[in-house]
Design a protein around this ligand. Structure first.
Ligand SMILES: C[S@@+](CC[C@H](N)C(=O)[O-])C[C@H]1O[C@@H](n2cnc3c(N)ncnc32)[C@H](O)[C@@H]1O
Length: 260
């Protein structure tokens, strides 16, 4: 990635594995760990959601990403799995400038050169499709666009990359209501994976019916989180949640959560 034109309100940050991320002025946070944007994406999302083995079980494999950012989630997935088997990557992004920047940046890319702005009912989407692989990015606030999308298109997610900015910066995408909605549109063997290991977030996941396990460590973070709709929550996590005063994050207590 060059230091050329950047999306407004963002600066480019080189991470320790040589890949780049963007720092958002609006959210005052970088889109990835400075230990490595690509390495983190590979570990938490492509491997964390077991994409390679899931691709053999589902056709197409439906991957939902919460927060498109600069597209590293999609690009890393494409790099690992290619287009031999069908998969559909559905993402969401509130910042239209970021999406238009991405579209222009990849106008020569073998797959992404097909990206086009489209209308889907009341939604504005950026979409490309080729060789059984499809990318759909919903433009706007995911809390509104994703419910609209599932009212138009019947889809069950097999993998969820929960990659919003941190709960303190972007709480509306970490509430029990949000996780309940994701659950309602997920396949029974879905894996939801996230870099966050916050006890509040783990409580919000369990309060909405997810079973929570520890994920891999990455960089300075000692652990992360994986959630499924089968199996049981890790007993160590249950104990940790019982002992912690951390709040279940809900649409009704976001302000309390932010001031704690
Ligand atoms: C951590 S970054 C995602 C990084 C991305 N997965 C990647 O690999 O490049 C989070 C993204 O979520 C977007 N976002 C924040 N709030 C949102 C919302 N309510 N709806 C949709 N996107 C949102 C931000 O603009 C930001 O680009």
């Amino acid at each position: 990635m060059s230091n050329g034109i950047l999306p407004p309100g963002h600066t480019l940050v080189e991470t320790q594995d040589g890949s780049f991320t963007l720092f958002s002025e609006a959210f005052q946070e970088a889109c990835h760990s400075t230990t490595g944007a690509r390495a983190e994406t590979l570990l938490h999302y492509v491997e964390g959601c077991q994409i390679v083995s899931k691709l053999r079980q589902h056709s197409p494999l439906n991957i939902l990403e919460v927060g498109f950012g600069l597209g590293i989630g999609f690009l890393t997935t494409l790099e690992v799995v290619g287009t031999e088997r069908p998969w559909h990557f559905i993402s969401m992004e509130i910042d239209r400038n970021l999406l238009e920047w991405f579209r222009q940046k990849f106008s020569d890319h073998s797959f992404l050169k097909n990206l086009q702005w489209k209308k889907l009912g009341d939604l504005e989407v950026l979409e490309a499709e080729a060789l059984g692989c499809k990318l759909t990015i919903l433009c706007g606030d995911g809390r509104k666009t994703l419910p609209m999308y599932v009212s138009y298109v019947a889809v069950k997610w097999h993998a969820i990359y929960q990659d919003a900015f941190s709960p303190k910066r972007n709480p509306i995408l970490w509430t029990k209501e949000w996780f309940k909605f994701l659950k309602e549109h997920a396949d029974h063997d879905v894996i939801l994976s996230t870099y966050s290991a916050s006890t509040s977030i783990r409580k919000s996941l369990t309060a909405s019916g997810w079973q929570v396990k520890k994920g891999e460590k990455f960089g300075p973070k000692r652990t992360s989180t994986r959630a499924t709709l089968t199996g049981e929550t890790d007993p160590e996590i249950i104990l940790q949640m019982e002992r912690s005063p951390a709040l279940v994050l809900s649409d009704s207590n976001i302000n309390d959560f932010l001031t704690k």
